[in-house]
Design a protein around this ligand. Structure first.
Ligand code: NAD
Length: 493
């Protein structure tokens, strides 16, 4: 059993405003993916803990939902204020959790704050979101926006604090109480975040429980007293949740994966586009981003030029710097956990096949990616890897890898680019690089994706919805999605 020491801290579940261990005392370890070493101990919760957390949220619902929306907004604004004070601690925990280099995270504290403030403001407006309906029958109809009840948020390991925030802030603003279930491989930041938030909100309004998805995740989502589930995760988990909720149907939001095309036309600003292709996958959490532009579609006339430029940048040791994830000078971190590391490595092995031509990368392991730095030898390091592909049917073009591995596919015409881009079961995001405004609009119209970016990539904001189409899911974490419209009719005859 791992000893709790000054270096290895223990974190608890957050239930009814208290930070508590699992009832049976079971724990698991949190591994720093940069070094492979244990750095924290977290609860390995059981069904008994899951039941307790649901009852805590259920018990707090009546009072929380009865507050005026403005009062709830006041609470949420205080949560936003709290983030400034604890940003450094939270971001460091997140970085040690999942290897996202701290420098890239700089913006995150601002985004989290913005979401809490936006949710606070939206709460104040919620009372005016109902509709009046002239029924023409001597009846007066109107609708009210009511909260669902208990909302369970199921979080992925790649962006725990962000997904925690967009789910919790809007669900709470709408009057729901919440249970957050972070990924067992990256729960520390969420447990500490929940502890800080629970000191601001009434007990039981926001709870956090850490444990296995198959055990407590499944129990939480199937529970009859849970009214809504919002998952950010993989299509496999969405399938399990769909089955688990079949006997107690509830409203679902699924924010799932992608195999997103990032398309460069010959009229684009090549320098800008090359940087956009790179930051769309490699230098953004080492490709562990749902919207990663993992399929680079490049017009044949500029294909070699763009690839050569990317190679020049990605083999420049000043541009790509692996190493200590807390060092702001580094630009790329490791893969977040062992299971995902093994998965990404299997795709790197796949690149050795004849169907692919490796442009750069193609290696993994601390000793190869960070040679001469033994402290990283057991970390989950993968070199950013680009392969040339001619056929979108190849395995690397079809499966979500969720790591720094991208394919470059040539195309000749706009129609062909659209056809290849849409030839995937996913539909989360797409990028388009062109100076032709008409073309940009045609692609926005035709691309099957929940998010399309032109001459930029992965730009999300509190003012815009974020969701996918096809197997990338449905629904979006927003205040209205956390309310249900109640229809009312008064007989005025
Ligand atoms: P995952 O699906 O393996 O796990 C997500 C969460 O589901 C974890 O908390 C896990 O414990 C839980 N879970 C697993 N089985 C469960 C079950 N039977 N019932 C309830 N919960 C269960 O995903 P991951 O590997 O943590 O994250 C990577 C995936 O998330 C990728 O597919 C990525 O594209 C996707 N993602 C999507 C978005 C988005 O907004 N669309 C954002 C980030 C990540």
């Amino acid at each position: 059993m791992t000893q709790v020491t000054e270096q290895v801290k223990a974190y608890g579940n957050v239930i009814n405003g208290e930070s508590v261990p699992a009832q049976d005392g079971a724990t698991t370890t949190s591994i720093d993916p940069a070094t492979g070493e244990t750095w924290a101990v977290i609860p390995s919760s059981s069904i008994e803990d899951a039941e307790q957390v649901i009852q805590a949220a259920r018990g707090a619902f009546e009072n929380w939902s009865s507050l005026s929306a403005r009062t709830r907004g006041d609470y949420l604004r205080k949560v936003g204020d709290m983030i400034s004070e604890h940003a450094t601690e939270l971001l460091e925990l997140e970085t040690r959790n999942n290897g996202w280099v701290l420098d890239e995270y700089g913006y995150l504290a601002e985004v989290l704050k913005q979401v809490w403030y936006d949710a606070a403001g939206s709460a104040a407006l919620l009372g005016s979101q109902g509709r009046t309906v002239q029924m023409g029958t001597g009846d007066f109809g109107f609708t009210l926006r009511k909260p669902y009840g208990v909302v369970v948020g199921i979080l992925p390991w790649n962006a725990p604090l962000f997904t925690f925030t967009i789910k919790a802030a809007y669900a709470l603003a709408a009057g729901n109480t919440v249970v957050m279930k972070p990924s067992e491989s990256a729960a520390v930041g969420s447990l500490r975040y929940g502890e800080l938030i629970s000191k601001i909100l009434p007990p039981g309004v926001l709870n956090v429980i850490s444990g296995s998805g198959r055990v407590i995740g499944d129990y939480l989502v199937a529970h009859k007293e849970v009214n809504k589930v919002s998952l950010t995760g993989s299509i496999g988990t969405a399938e399990m949740i769909t089955k688990a909720t079949a006997k107690s149907p509830k409203s679902l939001i699924f924010e799932l994966g992608g195999k997103s095309p990032n398309i460069v036309f010959e009229d684009a600003d090549i320098e800008q586009a090359a940087h956009g292709l790179i930051s769309g996958i490699f230098t953004r959490n080492s490709g562990q981003l749902c919207v990663s532009g993992s399929r680079m579609l490049i017009q044949r006339t500029i294909y070699d030029k763009v690839i050569a430029h990317m190679k020049e940048l990605m083999t420049d040791s000043e541009f790509v710097k692996h190493g200590d994830t807390l060092d702001k000078n580094n630009t790329m971190g490791p893969i977040a956990n062992e299971a995902q590391y093994k998965k990404v490595c299997s795709y790197i092995d796949e690149t050795a096949k004849d169907a692919y031509e490796v442009v750069f990368g193609g290696k993994y392991g601390g000793e190869h990616v960070l040679p001469g730095q033994p402290e990283y030898a057991n970390g989950y390091w993968v070199a950013p890897t680009l392969v040339k592909v001619t056929d979108n049917n190849q395995k690397l073009c079809r499966e979500e890898i969720f790591g720094p591995v991208a394919v470059a596919i040539p195309f000749d015409t706009e129609e062909e680019a659209i056809q290849i881009a849409n030839d995937t079961s996913f539909g989360l995001a797409a990028g388009v690089w062109t100076k032709d405004l008409g073309r940009a609009h045609r692609l926005i119209d035709k691309l099957q994706a929940g998010n399309v970016w032109v001459n930029t990539y992965a730009r999300v904001g509190v003012d815009l919805p974020f969701s996918g189409v096809k197997e990338s899911g449905y629904g979006s974490d927003s205040i209205l999605e956390y309310t249900q419209e109640k229809a009312c009719v008064i007989n005025i005859r």
